[in-house]
Design a protein around this ligand. Sequence first.
Ligand SMILES: Cc1ncc(COP(=O)(O)O)c(C=O)c1O
Length: 357
Amino acid sequence: MTSLADKIAPDNIKKLIPYQSARRIGGSGRLWLNANELEQPLHFSDQQNAYHRYPDFLPQDIARAYQDYCNTQKPVLAVRGADEAIDLLVRTFCQPGKSRIAICSPTYAMYEFCANSLDVETIDVPLLMPNFSLDVDGVVRAAKSANLVFLCSPNNPTGQMLDQQDVLSVLEQTQDQALIVIDQAYIEFELEESVVSLIDQYPNLVVIRTLSKAFGLAAVRCGFIISDTSVMDYLNRIVPPYPMPDSSAEIVLDALSPEGLAKMERSTDKLITTKNWFVDQIQSLSWIEKVYPSSTNFVLIRTRPNVDLFNYLLKAGIVTRNQSHEPSLKHCVRITIGSQESMQEVATIMSRFANPV
Ligand SMILES: Cc1ncc(COP(=O)(O)O)c(C=O)c1O
């Protein structure tokens, strides 16, 4: 049976024979002299771990640990951050100069950036104001001419979950049209909203995850793609031969152990408490128009016009993200939730911003 992935994958990807990396061809060798590695490690640091051999082609222990964490049997691909996942999906399923992706702005900028870098056109179906809800009909229409639709839930930079019914409606109506990629980089802050289990029902759903946010491992560079086998078969053809450095893989396995997961959950609970406290402190300030509800580790704040919160905080040494370049986010600043001490300081500084205009 022809899958949607078969239908949209470009011919060059269909013809591609996966690169035969040293770790794909193996067997029960005694002396491994097939990959031009140094046979004995030099141990530059006092760590005893050796890094002279290329890592596993696809670290299966990490994939299994992440499947357990997500409670899924669907194939999982570990990549270098969710950003690599986005790039890989566009490169696998889009053809330069021909294919399109769809996005719903305001959203994470890398979807359009990756498409631009590969000469793939982006169709924007903006989220609907005032609540940044999904334009379901618009997305379904765009999916007719796009190979990939990127939805971000919880969404960066608005901080909100997309409505589950809207997402289901999109999945239902696009099954033979486009792959629906749902980026759940921030899902640990709203874990019951995971969409991974929907892949069974909707093989056109692809989920992106990361350890950069709630797990606090941004420097380790680990993200995941979870999808139906029909989609994963194509991704496996194009994924770089050694996607995960051993040094990162060791840390990832610790993070996904029962102890690691418990630690992440405690930290997430604490962060949510700090976020709620911070929002309580600032939301009644006279020059704030709105603090948007957040299912993430950041809050989006809309100020009155002519209030330059971003530069006020910058002068105080606090670096936040100005969102005013987005047409629907004029006078909006995104603030990451840090430690209780940091947020106490930010709240105090904001409360002194008495006559900003
Ligand atoms: C929605 C979203 N997706 C993906 C990423 C990239 O994550 P990673 O660090 O895993 O590449 C980010 C980072 O800010 C993000 O906000």
